[in-house]
Design a protein around this ligand. Structure first.
Ligand SMILES: Cc1cc2nc3c(=O)[nH]c(=O)nc-3n(C[C@H](O)[C@H](O)[C@H](O)COP(=O)(O)O)c2cc1C
Length: 184
């Protein structure tokens, strides 16, 4: 088994969110070593255990990842009372001819695609409402601002709060993904 944690994680996300969006907190580190966390939607989990997020190349998180590609994604499954943390380097895929980036673009809603045509995120508010389109159709080519973030975990941790005592497990690539039970 390449990723012994993957089936459990997939099943837990499916049970918690079904076909709905899968929010996760993405933590990155800035140039000064300070952490920043924000929610994103995990759009896809590859069969190789990679986590895919649609992101703006002009955003602060993209800048952080240029300097420090390591990031952590944290899922909270409220109904199940479980947490999954996945940590590892993030690849930023922005090439115009990247078929996986294009597929992710096409999976977004019209409203989701429109965000990438809005003025630069994080800059002072643009005064013209017309600068914020409401929809971009799937046939449109993705703009340069659109990139796929692909996190390839080197460590995965699961915490379940229902059992007594709480159940905490970790898997690390460096130890061949052997399951380690931890105190919680
Ligand atoms: C529920 C929810 C889902 C979000 N999904 C995404 C997403 O998939 N991609 C994204 O770039 N930002 C997403 N955002 C916005 C981010 O939280 C954040 O405000 C934005 O990406 C700017 O972050 P940055 O300045 O740290 O780069 C989402 C926000 C919320 C509340």
């Amino acid at each position: 088994v390449v990723n012994p944690w993957l089936d459990d994680l997939q099943a837990a996300l499916e049970a918690e969110f079904g076909p709905g969006p899968r929010p996760a907190a993405l933590a990155t580190v800035d140039r000064d070593g300070r952490p920043h966390a924000r929610f994103v939607i995990c759009r896809r989990i590859g069969p190789d255990g990679t986590f895919w997020v649609a992101s703006d190349a002009r955003s602060a998180k993209a800048e952080h990842l240029r300097h420090q590609p390591y990031a952590e994604l944290v899922f909270w499954l409220a109904a199940r009372r479980e947490q999954y943390r996945v940590a590892g380097p993030v690849q930023r895929r922005a090439a115009a001819d990247d078929p996986d980036r294009l597929a992710l673009w096409r999976e977004l809603s019209d409203a989701g695609r429109a965000l990438f045509a809005w003025p630069t995120p994080g800059l002072p508010r643009h005064p013209d409402p017309a600068a914020f389109p409401a929809a971009i159709p799937s046939e449109a080519a993705p703009p340069a601002s659109f990139e796929a973030l692909v996190l390839r975990p080197t460590a995965v941790e699961h915490l379940a709060l229902n059992p007594h005592p709480h159940h905490r497990r970790r898997w690390r690539a460096e130890t061949g993904w052997a399951e380690e039970g931890l105190n919680s």
